[in-house]
Unconditional design. Structure first.
Lengths: 365, 293
């Protein structure tokens, strides 16, 4: 017998005032998602125009469209080359890094049940910094050539988080265990990096310091497919756990009673997000602000549903990172300020404004 | 006689400290059963073991004669709903989304309009539809408790476990929550198993009472047979007067009984269903005679 779906309505056959309010809220969530996607598209066009060569916003979009539909627009070859080979890869790198940090910050805060959690809570940045130091000072690296530093950063970043996840799997994957183990590992690898700094010469010191500040300069078309490949596999896996993350914020006991094995989900999320963050961080260095704050911005506006929160955190992370990078590159041109510094300089006042003015404070604690 | 929920020889402990010892009972359908006992007697632990939030070291739990220990977590959630004692959350969400979480055992990634309609139905049933868009963290204790009951209700289980649902509530909200649970048992033919501290609430609303101390069941039966001055004195070390209030015993605490060298001063005599018991019921076969079906 076919299942009858009965819409709950009032006696007059209309949806109640509360149901209409809920419908409006759901519509507002979708609208906000569309708005931030539109923002990143517009921001891309505007940022491409910034630089020594004058390019209009229209020319920027025309140059990009021409790559996929050659001859559709009449664009100067020089403009096309500057847009496609110099300015656009950095923006795409910024978008990918912002998405990676934002998404991973969001899921880490949920599984660790801690608003201070970020993609670097498991010691990933300290591990990556240690890998860079090892390669820069002693010359020990797992891979050679152009990936000398990147390979080391990736390996040691992942090693740190895998060590903590392994420890948690044996001792019980509670959020407290993971945070404490993350802090301990952070301290250990930071101390090791400091030791390398102590013995480093000026050139090695400059390399280690600039990596630690975080920058998007290393992005090029050869590296972007690698990051994109990791994202295509990992981010849908994180999205699949959105419901479980909603429930886990209510505590492990509640999660278990509603059918979610909190410890298994926690380890799964940690593993996947570690791969994502390690992949990004080995190219960008430590840009810590995005992963901490983008999820809070999204939560203040969208509420606690991770089906919306995860993508929104990613896109908001991309918006903040790309905007901050544009300012960092142009504010005292030709000097380029490291992106990691500028994300905090721009993002913190904006975040404080949202925190003080936000009307939906009940969604954010 | 149909049995809805059955526990056979449940034992549980943390490392070397035993918490539950050989706990067995049977509960029939459409019953409201309260577990009472002093702090640390194992009431909440028993509730969590039944829902497999904690894993018993031995014993079986059966729902409609199906073994819970052989079910995966989702299947357990489709058969047993749990209302926690604490509602503390790291990140708050609105009431509608909080209740919708209870549909997780029945749905995939997307919730359907059918699932949302079930949430609206329960919101109206409990009279909290006006709170649907409020933040869970903004609600009073009584309202939060109703939301947690609503979340358990949308799980659509036959058995609901409630861990001290009236703690931290004023007397109006205590009665409100107990009336809701009582109505659900009568109208939806659910079985409710509650851990309760308040003996008078247990007496007023329960079809049966399980009295525990130090991880063991000490007395089982209807409120009048379990809530006797002798049993309460033996379990709580408190002298009480038990009066009859419209056929339900009404307990008035009189004074504490001094401990004899750190041990309770009782003779180990317990009463159940009007029968005097000289020792604790230890096995399932013994418990069967005092089942709550």
């Amino acid at each position: 017998m076919a299942k009858t779906v009965r819409r709950v309505t009032t006696r007059a056959g209309k949806r109640s005032r509360m149901q209409e309010a809920h419908d409006s809220f759901v519509f507002a969530r979708y609208l906000f998602m569309m708005l931030i996607i539109a923002t990143i598209i517009i921001l891309t066009g505007v940022i491409i125009t910034l630089g020594p060569l004058d390019i209009s916003v229209a020319e920027a979009y025309q140059a990009l469209i021409n790559r996929f539909y050659p001859g559709y627009f009449n664009v100067e070859p020089l403009t096309s080359r500057v847009v496609w080979n110099i300015r656009f890869p950095r923006i795409v790198g910024g978008i990918l890094a912002g998405i990676g940090f934002g998404v991973c910050g969001c899921v880490m805060q949920a599984v660790l049940k801690n608003p201070l959690a970020s993609p670097f809570t498991l010691g990933i940045s300290a591990g990556a910094q240690f890998g860079i130091s090892l390669a820069a000072v002693i010359g020990i690296s797992l891979v050679g050539g152009p990936y000398l530093l990147i390979g080391n950063a990736f390996f040691f970043a992942l090693l740190c988080s895998c060590f903590i996840i392994g420890l948690a799997a044996i001792k019980g994957a509670t959020s407290e265990t993971l945070i404490l183990a993350g802090i301990a590992v952070n301290y250990f690898f930071s101390a090791m990096s400091q030791l390398f700094k102590y013995f480093a010469d000026d050139e090695q010191l400059r390399l280690m310091t600039s990596w630690g500040m975080g920058d998007l300069a290393s992005f090029s078309w050869t590296k972007i497919p690698l990051i994109l490949g990791v994202f295509v596999v990992c981010i849908p896996l994180l999205m699949l756990k959105a419901w479980d993350l909603n429930i886990m914020t209510a505590g492990d006991e509640t999660a278990k009673s509603i059918g979610v094995n909190a410890e298994h989900v926690r380890i799964f999320i940690m593993l996947i997000s570690s791969v994502v963050v390690a992949t990004v961080v080995c190219f960008t260095g430590t840009i810590s602000f995005i992963g901490l704050v983008a999820p809070h911005m999204a939560r203040m506006i969208l509420g606690g549903d991770h089906r919306f929160l995860i993508p929104a955190s990613g896109i908001l992370g991309a918006v903040v990172l790309v905007a901050a990078d544009a300012v960092a590159m142009n504010i005292i041109a030709p000097t380029v300020i490291p992106t990691g510094i500028m994300t905090s300089v721009i993002g913190v006042p904006f975040f404080m404004y949202l925190m003080l003015k936000g009307r939906r404070k009940e969604f954010w604690t | 006689m149909m049995i809805q929920l059955q526990a056979k020889g449940i034992e549980f402990g943390y490392s070397s400290t035993p918490i539950l010892k050989d706990v067995s009972f049977e509960i029939g359908p459409s019953k409201l059963i309260s577990i009472v006992g002093p702090n640390g007697s194992g009431k909440s632990t028993l509730i969590k073991c039944i829902d497999r939030i904690l894993t018993p070291s031995c014993g079986n739990i059966l729902i409609d004669r199906k073994d819970v220990t052989k079910m995966d977590r989702m299947e357990i959630a489709r058969n047993l709903a749990y209302v926690p004692q604490s509602s503390a959350r790291t990140f708050s969400s609105n009431v509608f989304d909080t209740i919708l979480m209870g549909r997780r055992p029945h749905i995939g990634w997307l919730s359907s309009s059918d699932d949302e309609d079930k949430v609206w139905e329960v919101l109206r049933l409990l009279g909290i539809e006006n709170l649907a868009m409020s933040g869970f963290g903004e609600l009073s204790g009584g309202q939060q408790q109703k939301v947690l009951i609503a979340r358990a209700l949308v799980q659509e289980t036959k058995v609901m476990l409630l861990d001290e649902p009236t703690s931290n509530l004023d007397i109006w909200h205590q009665l409100d929550v107990m009336n809701i649970v009582s109505d659900l048992v009568k109208k939806r033919r659910m079985t409710a198993l509650l851990a309760l501290h308040d003996l008078n609430l247990a007496s007023k609303y329960s079809d049966g009472i399980i009295m525990m101390k130090k991880g063991r069941i000490m007395a089982v039966g209807d409120p009048a047979s379990v809530l006797t001055p002798e049993n309460i004195e033996a379990i709580y070390n408190v002298e009480v007067a038990v009066r009859s209030q419209s056929e339900e015993p009404f307990i008035v605490p009189l004074k504490q009984i001094k401990m004899n060298g750190g041990r309770p001063n009782h003779d180990g005599k317990f009463f159940s269903n009007g029968k005097r018991r000289s020792r604790l019921p230890r096995t399932f076969s013994e418990i069967k005679e005092i089942k709550l079906s």
